[in-house]
Design a protein around this ligand. Structure first.
Ligand SMILES: *[C@@H]1O[C@H](CO)[C@@H](O)[C@H](O)[C@H]1NC(C)=O
Ligand SMILES: *[C@@H]1O[C@H](CO)[C@@H](O)[C@H](O)[C@H]1NC(C)=O
Ligand SMILES: *[C@@H]1O[C@H](CO)[C@@H](O)[C@H](O)[C@H]1NC(C)=O
Length: 446
C-alpha cells in the first residue's frame, strides 16, 4: 500500500513546490521592470517647417476635448458647489465649444484637399469616447469643419448641419476609451507600481501627498490622485476663482506640476503597458493607412477623427516615443498623416498641435519626419498587439499580489494537508505491519 501512495504524495508535493516556484519566479520577475523613461525618447520638432515629400492622402486626427468644469472637486474646496458650475461636473463649457469650433475650421483649412466642401460619409468618419465632453467637442469641431453650403443649407437661421459622431460604451471600448477590461494590463500596472523604482518615487513625494491629503480632505496617495487635485485647482485658477491659502505652497510649484505631468506617462510606462493600452488604436491606424494605400478602404475615406482625452494624447505620444512630460492642454491634437511620393511609397508624418501655433512634424525616433509606412510598422512592432484579447488574458504567472499570496497560502495549506495525509498513511501502515509482525512473531508465545 505504501508503495502505491508514495508516488501520489510526491507528485502532489512536486506540484505544490512547482506552484510556489512559479509564483516566486513571477514575483521576482515582476520586481525588475524594464523601465522605459518617457522623456528619453522624446524629440524636439525641427526649427523650420519641413516641406514633406509626396501628396497627402489620409489623415488621422486624435484630439482632447475642450475646456471643461472640474470632474470631482475635493471635499474642502470652497468652490465645491454646483451653483458655481452651472453646466455640471466634467462638462464642456462654451469656451470648450469655441476651442473646438476653431480647431474644426483649422482642420478644414489643412485638409481642404482631402475633404469635399459638402459633407459626405465617404470622406470622413468620426469616433468619440462615450463621454459627454468628448462627444460635444467632436460636434463642435464638426460645426467648424462642415459649415453647410449650397444645397446643404437646411435652415437659414442655423449655420450648422448634423454630422454623425460614432461611439461605443466605455466598458466595451478597447480602441479609444481604452477602458475595456484587460487583466494582463492591470497586472502589469500593479507590478510597476509595486516596483522599487516606483516605491522610491512615491517616497520622494510622500510629504507632498501628505500635505495634499491633510488640506484637501481627500486621501492623496498616488501621482494620479495628485494630478486630479492639481487639475481642479488649475480649472478654478483659470476661472479666476480665489484658491485657498494652503494651495500657495504647492499649486504652480515644481513638485506638484511634475507629479501631475509624470502621471500621464504611467499608463504606458513600459512597452508592454503601451502595447495593451494604446496598441489597439495604433494598430487600427496603421492598418487603415495600409488599406488606404492599397485601395482597400471601403468607403474610400480620407480623414478619420477621434475625440478623446488628455490620457489618450499622452498614451499615444508616449507609445510612439514622442511624449515630452507635460499635461496635454484642451483641444490638443495629434495628426498622423500619410503622403504618397513619386516612387509610390506611403510616408507617415506625426504632428502635435498643442498651442495655437502651426504644428511642426515630429522627429519619429529612428525614422525622421517622413517615415515609410513599412518602416513605421516595424519600428513600433513591440506595441502592436497580435491578438489583444488573448494577450489580455492572465496566465497563472500573472496574478496580482493579493491573488499570488492567496495562491501561495492555498499551496502551503495543500502541502501541509498532503504531508499530514502521507504521514498518517505511513503511520497506519507502520502500525499495521508492526501489529502483524507482533502477531506473527509473538503469537506462538501467546
Ligand atoms: C497642473 O498644474 C500646472 C501648473 O498650473 C499646469 O500647468 C498643468 O497643466 C496642470 N495639470 C493638470 C493635469 O491639470
Ligand atoms: C479671468 O481673468 C482674466 C483677466 O482679467 C480674463 O482675461 C479671463 O477671461 C478671466 N477668465 C474667465 C474664465 O472669466
Ligand atoms: C506642447 O508639447 C510640447 C512637446 O510635446 C511640450 O514640451 C509642451 O510642454 C507642450 N505645451 C503645452 C502648452 O502643453
Amino acid at each position: 500500500m505504501w508503495n502505491q501512495i508514495q508516488p501520489v504524495c510526491c507528485a502532489k508535493a512536486l506540484l505544490v513546490i512547482g506552484v510556489i516556484c512559479v509564483l516566486s519566479f513571477g514575483i521576482g520577475n515582476a520586481v525588475h521592470i524594464p523601465a522605459y523613461g518617457s522623456s528619453e525618447g522624446a524629440t524636439r520638432p525641427p526649427d523650420q517647417l519641413a516641406t514633406l515629400p509626396g501628396q497627402l492622402k489620409f489623415a488621422h486626427v486624435i484630439f482632447r476635448h475642450g475646456d471643461r468644469t472640474p470632474v470631482d472637486p475635493y471635499p474642502t474646496d470652497p468652490w465645491n458647489n454646483i451653483k458655481f458650475w452651472p453646466t455640471g461636473w466634467g462638462q464642456l463649457t462654451n469656451r470648450g465649444k469655441e476651442q473646438h469650433y476653431e480647431l474644426g475650421k483649422w482642420l478644414r483649412n489643412r485638409y481642404q484637399s482631402l475633404l469635399s466642401s459638402r459633407y459626405t460619409n465617404e470622406d470622413i468618419f468620426v469616433q468619440s469616447t462615450d463621454v459627454d465632453r468628448a462627444l460635444m467637442s467632436a460636434q463642435s469641431a464638426l460645426s467648424g469643419l462642415y459649415e453647410p453650403q449650397g444645397n446643404d443649407i437646411w435652415n437659414p437661421r442655423i449655420d450648422w448641419q448634423p454630422i454623425p459622431v460614432h461611439t461605443i460604451p466605455e466598458k466595451d471600448d478597447s480602441i479609444l476609451a481604452m477602458k475595456a477590461s484587460c487583466p494582463a494590463y492591470d497586472y502589469e500596472l500593479a507590478t510597476l507600481e509595486a516596483s522599487s523604482e516606483f516605491h522610491a518615487l512615491n517616497e520622494r513625494y510622500r510629504e507632498l501627498f501628505f500635505y495634499l491629503s491633510q488640506n484637501s480632505g481627500r486621501l492623496v496617495k498616488s501621482f494620479i490622485e495628485a494630478q486630479y487635485l492639481n487639475n481642479t485647482l488649475f480649472i478654478e485658477k483659470l476661472y479666476n476663482m480665489t484658491l485657498p491659502v494652503w494651495t500657495e505652497k504647492v499649486y504652480g510649484r515644481a513638485d506638484l506640476t511634475y507629479v501631475s505631468n509624470f502621471a500621464f506617462s504611467i499608463g504606458t510606462y513600459t512597452r508592454s503597458l503601451a502595447r495593451l493600452k494604446a496598441g489597439p488604436l495604433l494598430k487600427d491606424i496603421f492598418e487603415r493607412f495600409d488599406k488606404k494605400f492599397n485601395s482597400q478602404l471601403t468607403p474610400d475615406r480620407s480623414v478619420w477623427i477621434y475625440s478623446a482625452h488628455d490620457t489618450t494624447i499622452a498614451n499615444i505620444l508616449n507609445s510612439l516615443k514622442l511624449f515630452e512630460l507635460h499635461s496635454p492642454p484642451y483641444a490638443a491634437c495629434i495628426m498622423l498623416e500619410m503622403r504618397v511620393d513619386d516612387s509610390n511609397t506611403p510616408l507617415v508624418s506625426v504632428f502635435y498641435k498643442n498651442t495655437t501655433a502651426e504644428p511642426l512634424p515630429l522627429d519619429i525616433p529612428g525614422c525622421g519626419l517622413s517615415c515609410p509606412l513599412k518602416t513605421l510598422v516595424n519600428l513600433y512592432q513591440d506595441v502592436l498587439p497580435k491578438n489583444w484579447e488573448s494577450e489580455c488574458k492572465r496566465s497563472t504567472m500573472m496574478m496580482t499580489y493579493e491573488e499570488a499570496n492567496l495562491g501561495a497560502a492555498t499551496a502551503i495549506l495543500i502541502f501541509i494537508i498532503t504531508v499530514l495525509l502521507c504521514a498518517s498513511y505511513g503511520l497506519m501502515i507502520y502500525y499495521r505491519r508492526r501489529n502483524y509482525r507482533l502477531y506473527t512473531s509473538y503469537s506462538p508465545m501467546a
